[in-house]
Design a protein around this ligand. Structure first.
Ligand SMILES: C[S@@+](CC[C@H](N)C(=O)[O-])C[C@H]1O[C@@H](n2cnc3c(N)ncnc32)[C@H](O)[C@@H]1O
Length: 317
């Protein structure tokens, strides 16, 4: 893992509230209960389960990145007592659980629009004996801000770029944060890549072609992906303390979790790009993803892990 610090840098990283578990103390949104919404939830649940698996693999395969950045955030937080930590767009809870483990005694509130993600977080918290300190709040942040102030630390990892108006949400976080409190934003500067240029099968450059297709899609669907959050945090009122650019670059020994991550990630890419991939690339992907022969992801020993993430740390003055 290589790292660059910018000029800020002293390194050592419907209604707005939807229904959720009884553990939440936020009023349920009645619109979430109509029948149509129910069908959509079932479909979303399947898609979210697949995404949750990817997010969990990110936490497992990139454990050293997660440990590094969350320890950095923990050290920057002045208060150690019974504060409130917010995991914004918490996903499967990799951050939520790691924060609950680092902020001993604090309440950690995981906010997400997905029921399935929040269910998984509750299971993890229960298994680890953290349930009394982990609260899940189902909320669509595009619609409004849930009543969860005051907050001491907010962690928003790969989530702001999903929102229709992240600047409004940053202002909401600012208002909900105690003076002196922290906000940390993790962003994907470059997506993870797993494959060597020449796989020994198919046309070289398969992964680069897939990622070009993804970039084209994201230019429309996720215009804030890869955004620089420092100026936007400052516009919201925060003072930026530091920004870290972390380059993930590893040639891992053959590890089942890395192979599984590559397989699930490429499967997701393929399903989004299927109609635009050339026939020979579709065939090569099938050998990699669906096969179990020597050229499959499961068996290969030439996977490489590369990607770039930024983490911006800011304080409410
Ligand atoms: C890429 S995942 C990141 C999850 C987690 N922070 C991580 O880094 O592992 C983005 C998460 O944001 C959530 N999300 C997307 N749009 C949202 C919205 N409008 N309100 C609340 N959560 C949202 C998704 O459900 C998903 O769990």
């Amino acid at each position: 893992m290589r790292e660059h610090h910018d000029h800020h840098g002293n390194h050592p990283g419907s209604d707005h509230v939807l229904d959720d578990h009884a553990h939440d103390d936020i009023a349920p949104d009645e619109h979430a209960h109509d029948e149509h919404a129910h069908d959509e939830h079932a479909q979303d649940g399947t898609a979210d389960a697949a995404l949750a698996e990817l997010l969990d693999l990110d936490g497992e395969v990139l454990r050293s990145y997660w440990t590094d950045v969350l320890t950095w955030v923990r050290r920057a937080a002045t208060s150690t007592g019974r504060g409130r930590i917010l995991d914004l767009g918490a996903g499967s809870g990799v951050g939520t659980i790691a924060l609950a483990q680092r902020f001993d005694g604090a309440e950690v509130v995981a906010v997400d629009s997905s029921q399935e993600m929040l269910r998984r977080i509750r299971v993890k918290a229960l298994d680890l004996g953290l349930a009394p300190r982990v609260r899940t709040v189902r909320a669509d942040l595009n619609v409004g801000w849930p009543a969860i102030d005051p907050i001491d630390v907010t962690w928003a990892s790969m989530s702001l770029h999903h929102l229709t108006d992240p600047d409004r949400v940053l202002r909401d976080v600012f208002t909900a944060t105690r003076p002196g409190g922290l906000m940390a934003v993790a962003e994907m500067a470059e997506p993870l890549r797993f494959l060597p240029h020449d796989l020994g099968i198919g046309r070289p450059g398969l992964e680069a072609r897939c990622l070009d297709g993804l970039r084209n899609d994201h230019a429309h669907s996720l215009p804030d992906l890869g955004s620089e959050w420092s100026p936007r945090l400052e516009t919201a009122g925060f003072a930026v303390l530091s920004e870290r650019t972390i380059t993930i670059e590893r040639n891992p020994p053959h590890q089942p979790a890395t192979a599984r991550y590559a397989q699930r990630w490429l499967r997701r890419l393929r399903s989004g790009l299927m109609h635009r991939l050339a026939d020979d690339d579709v065939k090569t992907l099938a050998i990699l993803i669906d096969g179990d022969g020597p050229e499959s992801l499961q068996q290969r020993d030439d996977l490489q892990l590369r990607g770039v993430r930024t983490v911006t740390l800011a304080r409410r003055p």
